[in-house]
Design a protein around this ligand. Structure first.
Ligand SMILES: [Fe+2]
Ligand SMILES: [Fe+2]
Length: 305
């Protein structure tokens, strides 16, 4: 069988629902795309711990501090699981951290924005995690076995994150006028990043990650699912969506929304977001300060001594 035939057979297999394991043969393009996808996911989990970390000390009660701390620990745990998958695909963990803190690889757009009030902790836990659950649930059917199995645990934990965020938002929505306006202001600020979250609408036939069944749903389908579930819930809370054209067309079964400026999304994920430099600076500092732990665990400090 020629190399081209073998690649074609592999493509047919994954498109037909077949699962690939780490020891299986895989085409170079599949391995590279999968690695890039999983690495960005891992980067997003570890960087996603930072916006909410700012609120552990400022959470309004001991219960809120404990729950938020547990949620953040989960996110760091997700990063560890995903970096392990990426390592198995051939990229050393040290290299992945080095690339992340030096801006050579990306992380998700929503983690490049500052958090201004306690309502942000609610909106991140509820709506950002909701958007993430939709993507991650679709990844339960990814063609790479270890990734699909990891998503089972991740999705289970994300469901708890969503509940804790929703609980913060419900409390604020049912509180004083000041609390309600703080929540509305946070939703207004997060709406654009949320509309960008799943990426630009891309024709499925031109999306190579779909062709290899690394991901299983097109970007705009995920955004439509998000609008379907959460616009009614936001309105039920007595809040508004800050985009006057958001409305479902019953005939088409689709939501209208203002098209985000996709060049802005690209600039944000390339490190020009309002909090990109600060977040990467903090991650770099943690990485440098944790060097002695990594050296102790790998025995490098002993070798040096
Ligand atoms: Fe997560
Ligand atoms: Fe989460």
């Amino acid at each position: 069988m020629s190399d081209d035939d073998r690649v074609e057979e592999f493509k047919q297999y994954v498109r037909g629902g077949g699962t690939i394991e780490p020891t299986d043969w895989m085409p170079d393009e599949y391995r590279q795309r999968l690695l890039r996808f999983v690495e960005m996911h891992a980067n997003s989990e570890i960087m996603g711990a930072l916006p909410e970390r700012d609120w552990i000390l400022r959470a309004p009660s001991l219960k809120r501090k404990l729950v938020l701390t547990a949620k953040i620990q989960d996110e760091v745990g997700h990063a560890q699981l995903l970096y392990r998958i990426a390592e198995d695909l051939g990229k050393p963990r040290e290299q992945m951290f080095d690339d992340l803190v030096n801006g050579r690889t990306k992380f998700h757009n929503v983690f490049h924005y500052p958090t201004k009030t306690w309502a942000d902790a609610g909106v991140i836990g509820w709506l950002v995690d909701a958007a993430a659950i939709l993507s991650q649930s679709a990844l339960l059917r990814t063609s790479y076995g270890p990734y699909a199995r990891t998503m089972k645990r991740v999705c289970w934990e994300e469901a708890f994150h969503l509940k804790q965020g929703e609980d913060i938002c419900l409390t604020l929505a049912g509180g004083s006028e000041l609390q309600r306006s703080m929540l509305q202001e946070a939703i207004n600020r997060w709406w654009e990043p949320l509309m960008m979250f799943h990426g630009p609408p891309t024709p499925p036939e031109t999306d190579a990650d779909l062709a290899w069944r690394i991901k299983t749903k097109p970007n705009d389908e995920l955004r439509q699912e998000f609008l379907d579930r959460y616009v009614p819930q936001i309105r039920e809370m007595g809040l508004t969506v800050p985009d006057p054209i958001v409305q479902k067309d019953p005939a088409a079964g689709r939501w209208a929304y203002s098209e985000p400026d996709w060049s802005k999304l690209y600039a944000v994920v390339s490190g020009s977001g309002p909090a990109s430099a600060q977040r990467l600076g903090f991650r770099r500092l943690s990485y440098e300060e944790g060097a002695w732990v990594r050296n102790a665990l790998t025995g490098r400090s002993l070798a040096a001594a």
